[in-house]
Design a protein around this ligand. Structure first.
Ligand SMILES: Cc1cc2nc3c(=O)[nH]c(=O)nc-3n(C[C@H](O)[C@H](O)[C@H](O)COP(=O)(O)OP(=O)(O)OC[C@H]3O[C@@H](n4cnc5c(N)ncnc54)[C@H](O)[C@@H]3O)c2cc1C
Length: 458
């Protein structure tokens, strides 16, 4: 039996960071919002996560910083280690100040805030399908997991914030020009443990990222200190054919290190994160995509909490305006694409070009590149904040790479920096609805060029 529920202004699918921010913003403006999540109420927010988030997100979104149970430490910067451990990039600065959080407590705060603003929560409810009427999404078909009932929830607009499962995006009609699939090469498969150490960690305010293509092909492993001498330790590996298990890699290469001797496992979990540029079009008729369902995490480090919250707030504001003027069509919701892509989207797209370059590097490339400081530490910081990638290809570095018969590496790095600038500029001119196809074609050509770029020994 299918039961029909009352009609909402906005249905938000997924009560993660993106969904809660969407629901909270719209409910705060007086709209009738329902928030649906498959998890039970008390488990919302629990997921595999490195638990690091930048302070600037809280400042920009004007939400209160983590405190009490949510806060697990302050972050002052990141140390990035070369594969041979000979070079450490110390990336520090105000833009990298942040927090280590306890993910469940943080998620609970966000869902409470959405409910306090008036959103209604359907927990333990799995969204199965979009409901279409006259080529428009008008609701979702869901299963109440306790009563095993199928229910239809209707709304003026659906916001899909269900994370990487992208359950609704996969079912969008092709003529809406929304990419319905995320390819494995654009996903990192991760495993992490929270461990209590027996030895004290120096500089507990610094996150540690270890590049090593043999241990984590196409990704990295991390050690992020939390309070009480515990650490969040994990590995992310690009999901391409034959990829090794991140858990096996962590146990063989990381937990065998002296730091982890007699450490105790507090929690273990696995998950996936999309690491490509946001999907080119994030709206359809009556629907928008927010967070991982729109591939919004930072392509270099996979941090997606901040972007999902930025997008959630923006999506809500656009939806509320569209409802007011009674145009929730794809073009009526288009401003969401334009505003997001001009801001965080442009930075993410440029970093995605850099990600494609880094994933082609072998450990020697990374060792030599870092040792010769082809990008300076302060410029890594600037690039991570969205500025252009500034290269530091000195005469000495050129001689070193010539000696290695790897001049093509420097040329590829140069082309990468140029493509990053080009892409950013195109994103800042994200088109109106009618100009989309031409724009998307240009973007696809640049990314296809970046994917095909090679640098061998010449
Ligand atoms: C191992 C790992 C480490 C990470 N580390 C960091 C980090 O340190 N810092 C950072 O900023 N980001 C990190 N990320 C990325 C970050 O967790 C995500 O980008 C962010 O949580 C995205 O939020 P979201 O709201 O889009 O999705 P999610 O937080 O995944 O929320 C989606 C919600 O939708 C619900 N849902 C899914 N399908 C359905 C369905 N069919 N019906 C109903 N409900 C559904 C889920 O239960 C969930 O609550 C990490 C990711 C992983 C996997």
């Amino acid at each position: 039996m299918v039961i029909l529920l009352e009609k909402y202004d906005i249905i938000v699918v997924g009560a993660g960071t993106g969904g809660c921010m969407t629901a909270r913003t719209a409910a705060g403006q007086g709209y009738k919002v329902c928030l649906i999540d498959q998890k039970e109420r008390d488990k919302i927010g629990e997921k595999a996560c490195g638990e690091a988030i930048g302070k600037h997100h809280f400042d920009n979104l004007k939400i209160s910083q983590p405190q009490g149970d949510e806060l697990a430490g302050k972050v002052e910067g990141i140390d990035v280690f070369s594969p041979d451990s000979k070079t450490t990039f110390k990336v520090k600065g105000e833009g990298l100040h942040g927090f280590m959080i306890n993910r469940l407590a943080f998620g609970q705060r966000l869902v409470n805030e959405a409910l306090d603003k008036g959103a209604e929560l359907y927990d333990q409810t799995t969204v199965l399908d979009p409901i279409f009427k006259n080529e428009q999404v008008v609701g979702v078909k869901v299963k109440n997991n306790v009563k095993a009932e199928i229910v239809e929830v209707l709304g003026k607009v659906v916001v899909d914030a269900c994370g990487i499962s992208s359950v609704l995006r996969r079912k969008m009609p092709l003529n809406w020009r929304i990419e319905t699939d995320t390819q494995g090469k654009d996903i990192e498969v991760c495993y992490l443990e929270i461990r209590k150490l027996q030895t004290n960690l120096d500089d507990p305010e610094l996150l540690r990222i270890y590049l090593n293509q043999k241990i984590c092909p196409g990704g990295y492993y991390w050690v992020f200190p939390k309070n009480d001498n515990s650490v969040n330790v994990g590995a992310g590996i690009q999901m391409i054919k034959g990829f090794p298990s991140p858990k096996t890699q962590l146990y063989e290469h990381v937990f065998s290190q002296p730091l982890f001797k007699d450490s105790k496992i507090i929690k273990a979990s696995g998950g996936m994160v999309p690491t490509r540029r946001p999907i080119d079009c994030m709206t359809g008729n009556g629907i928008l995509f927010v967070g991982d369902s729109a591939c919004q995490p930072n392509p270099i480090h996979g941090g997606g909490i901040g972007p999902s919250m930025i997008a959630g707030k923006l999506a809500s504001e656009v939806v509320c305006r569209a409802i007011e003027i009674d145009d929730v069509s794809q073009s009526g919701l288009w401003t969401y694409n334009v505003e997001y892509m001009k801001g965080y989207g442009a930075k993410a797209a440029a970093l995605d070009i850099f990600r494609l370059f880094l994933q082609k590097c072998n450990d020697d490339d990374l060792n030599y590149g870092m040792e010769n400081k082809l990008v300076k530490e302060e410029d890594v910081l600037h690039a991570s904040l969205g500025e252009d990638l500034k290269l530091n290809i000195t005469d000495k570095a050129t001689r070193v790479f010539k000696g290695l018969k790897k001049l093509s590496f420097l040329m590829a790095l140069n082309s990468t920096a140029k493509m990053m600038r080009d892409v950013k500029s195109l994103y800042r001119q994200y088109p109106d609805f009618d100009g989309y196809s031409t724009w998307a074609q240009k973007i696809r050509e640049i990314f296809s060029g970046a994917e095909k770029m090679e640098f061998g020994y010449v």
